[in-house]
Ligand binder design. Structure first.
Ligand code: G1P
Length: 294
């Protein structure tokens, strides 16, 4: 098959209220909560850049300006750091090429599908990626990130792809679940998709884990604004309607996923990433051992 159109744009739905992390998220967006010293949104944008994505589209809401500030040049900060002879390279990941960070507003919280649809004019007629920044996906040391793995698979099979992982069966009703077809290595054919099914009705324990590569036609399906699970406009329902008319595959990520939308997942990610850091791993390990000995 011909090489499919490259993925150059990514949508980051970041309008959510972050109620699970209150009061921490009263005045700052949950996407700005940091795992060690990088906010969650930064991990997602870095993963996108590694996959060759150039344009980041943030679907924001009220109180989310800190996300946009984060990717802007902080002139006074840089000037002060320079005058003090400090290293500015820590700010390197926050640099954006002018025009590559775009925001659109989701004025009312009508669901994930609605958030994505809010970006339709900027996505235009191109395939695009979606990142849910709560889902922190960390590739293996020396390996590639989740979206890079998906783009590599996309270059082989084209169409639509979602990242999946297996969870205990009793947990499936918190997620979008796939009805799996044929397996080819890390790729699984997707025969059906259902959002937050009751455990008994779930077609598998393979859940959508927050990364997508979709064809622009999904925007036309979302246009109908049909409500699904929880009374929300669901992306999963729109994707389900595309199965059959376009290729649809799931990619099992070779790496580790942390559910940073939950407090336990957030603490796990903080510990795991701190332990892996060259500049502090040994000290964090010693600290954890001391704390556990008490
Ligand atoms: C969303 C998606 C769901 C997916 C999940 C991953 O649900 O609708 O399909 O499995 O993210 O985190 P939410 O967590 O927004 O309810």
């Amino acid at each position: 098959m011909n090489t499919p159109k490259p993925i150059k744009k990514a949508v980051f739905p970041v309008a959510g209220l972050g109620t699970r992390f209150l009061p921490a998220t009263k005045a700052i967006p949950k996407e700005m909560l940091a795992i060690v010293d990088r906010p969650l949104i930064q991990y997602a944008v870095d993963e996108a850049r590694e996959a060759g994505i150039e344009q980041m589209i943030f679907v924001t809401g009220r109180g989310k300006t800190a996300i946009v500030e984060h990717f802007d040049i902080a002139y006074e900060l840089e000037k002060t750091l320079s005058e003090r002879g400090k290293d500015l390279s820590v700010l390197e990941p926050t640099r954006a090429t002018p025009g590559d960070i775009i925001t659109v507003r989701q004025q009312v919280p009508l669901g994930l599908g609605h958030a994505i649809w809010c970006a339709r004019a900027i996505v235009g007629d191109e395939p695009f990626a979606i990142f849910l920044p709560d889902e922190l996906m960390i590739g293996k040391v020396g390996g590639t990130g989740c979206m890079r793995q998906m783009v590599d698979a996309y270059n082989e099979v084209g169409g639509n792809l979602i990242s999946v992982l297996e969870v205990p069966r009793e947990d499936v009703s918190s997620y979008g679940v796939i009805d799996p077809g044929a397996e080819m290595g890390a790729l699984t054919e997707v025969r059906g998709l259902v959002e937050k099914p009751p455990v008994a009705d779930a077609p598998s324990n393979k859940i959508i884990s927050g990364r997508y590569i979709l064809q622009p036609e999904v925007m036309r399906v979302l246009e109908a604004q049909e409500k699904g699970a929880g009374g929300e406009i669901q992306l999963t329902d729109a994707m389900a309607k595309m199965i059959g008319s376009q290729p649809f595959h799931a990619v099992t990520f070779d790496g580790k996923r942390y559910d940073c939308g939950s407090k336990l997942g957030f603490v796990e990610a903080t510990l795991a990433l701190a332990l892996e850091r060259e500049d502090m791993g040994a000290e964090v390990r010693a600290m954890a051992e001391r704390l556990l000995a008490i």
